[in-house]
Design a protein around this ligand. Structure first.
Ligand code: C2E
Ligand code: MG
Ligand code: MG
Ligand code: MG
Length: 283
C-alpha cells in the first residue's frame, strides 16, 4: 500500500493516500483469496432455492446460488464477488469449484430433483467451458440430464457466437440450458431466434408488478412466445399466493420465489413451503 501511495503521488494525481480506497483494495484482495479458498475467516458456500412445478405443486429442483461470508464484513453479495472473479480472470476456476460442490450436494437428493446452476457471461464465450463442465459432472458421477445451466440474456448479447457453441455442446450431452432474467436485456428477441434454450426464466421485475394490467399482458405474451418456441417457462420472484395462482392459471410451468422458499443451505430443514406435497428433507 505504501508503494501505491508513492506511485500515485509521483503521478501527481493524488498527493495523499485515500484510506477508503485502501480499504476497498484490501477487501478485494481478501475476496480474491477467498474465492480460491485461501483466506481464513471467509467461507464460500452454496444456498439452494426450490423451483416448483406449478401444476403438481411439487418441488422439481433447486437453483444453486453462491454465497460468500466474511467473519468481519458479513455476507458479500454475489454480484460483487462474481464481478471481481470475472474482472480478475478467476471465474473459470471459481465456477468449477462451485459446480463440483453443487454436484456433491445434489447427489444426495432424490434423483427426480434437478440442479440449476448459473454460468457467467464470460464463461459462455470460452469454448473450453462445455468440456470443463462435462468433465466435472463425469468426475462427480452426476448425470447431465439432471443439470440446467442458466445464462442471462445480457451474457448472450455480448458473446453470441461463442455462446452458441457452448450451449450446443452442453445440450448434446443432455444438459438443459435456460435463459435467465428474461425481459431485462436489450436483444432478447434476436437471440431467441438463433439459440436453442430449454427453459425461459421470466425476470422477477415482471412478477412483482402483476397488479398492473399492462405487465400482465407482457407476461402472458412471454409465456406464449416461450411455449411456441418449445421452451418451458419459469417465473422468478414469486412472493404471494395471488402471483402464484395467476401464473399457474396462465399456463406458466414452474415458479420460484420467497413464497415457496428462500435460498437456504442444504443442511438446514427442507426449504420449501406452499407446495402440495411434503417431501421431507432430501435424503
Ligand atoms: P439469478 O440467477 O437471477 O438468481 C435469482 C436471484 O433472485 C437470487 O439472488 C435470489 O436470492 C433472488 N430471489 C429469488 N426469489 C426471490 C423473491 O421472491 N424475491 C426477491 N426479492 N428475490 C428473490 P442472489 O442469490 O443474490 O443472486 C443474484 C445473482 O447473482 C443471480 O441472479 C445470478 O445471476 C448471480 N449468481 C448467484 N450465484 C451464482 C453462481 O454460482 N455463479 C454465477 N455465475 N452467478 C451467480
Ligand atoms: Mg439464475
Ligand atoms: Mg434470474
Ligand atoms: Mg437475477
Amino acid at each position: 500500500l505504501a508503494l501505491r501511495e508513492v506511485r500515485r503521488a509521483a503521478h501527481g494525481g493524488v498527493a495523499f493516500f485515500d484510506a477508503d480506497m485502501g480499504r476497498r483494495e484490501d477487501e478485494r484482495r481478501r475476496i480474491r483469496r477467498a474465492l480460491m479458498d485461501e483466506e481464513e475467516g471467509m467461507a464460500l458456500t452454496l444456498h439452494y432455492q426450490p423451483i416448483v412445478d406449478l401444476r403438481s405443486r411439487r418441488v422439481a429442483g433447486f437453483e444453486a446460488l453462491a454465497r460468500l461470508r466474511d467473519d468481519r464484513l458479513g455476507w458479500i453479495p454475489p454480484g460483487r464477488f462474481i464481478g471481481i472473479a470475472e474482472e480478475d480472470g478467476l471465474i473459470g476456476p471459481l465456477s468449477a469449484r462451485l459446480l463440483a460442490m453443487a454436484c456433491r450436494d445434489a447427489l444426495a437428493w432424490p434423483a427426480h430433483l434437478g440442479l440449476s446452476f448459473n454460468l457467467s457471461a464470460l464463461e459462455l464465450k470460452d469454448p473450453a467451458t462445455a468440456g470443463r463442465i462435462l468433465g466435472i459432472l463425469d468426475e462427480a458421477g452426476f448425470s447431465p440430464a439432471r443439470l440446467e445451466l442458466e445464462v442471462t440474456e445480457s451474457a448472450m448479447s455480448h458473446h453470441a457466437d461463442g455462446a452458441e457453441a457452448v450451449i450446443d455442446a452442453l445440450r448434446a450431452r443432455g444438459a438443459s440450458v435456460s435463459i435467465d432474467d428474461f425481459g431485462t436485456g436489450f436483444s432478447g428477441m434476436a437471440r431467441l431466434g438463433r439459440l436453442r434454450f430449454d427453459r425461459l426464466k421470466v425476470d422477477r421485475c415482471f412478477v412483482s408488478r402483476l397488479d398492473d394490467a399492462r405487465q400482465r399482458t407482457i407476461v402472458r405474451s412471454i409465456i406464449a412466445l416461450g411455449h411456441d418456441l418449445g421452451m418451458a417457462i419459469v417465473a422468478e420472484g414469486i412472493e404471494t399466493p395471488a402471483q402464484s395462482r395467476w401464473l399457474a392459471a396462465e399456463g406458466c410451468d414452474f415458479g420460484q420465489g420467497f413464497f415457496y422458499g428462500k435460498p437456504r443451505p442444504m443442511d438446514s430443514p427442507y426449504p420449501a413451503r406452499n407446495v402440495g406435497v411434503l417431501c421431507g428433507k432430501p435424503a
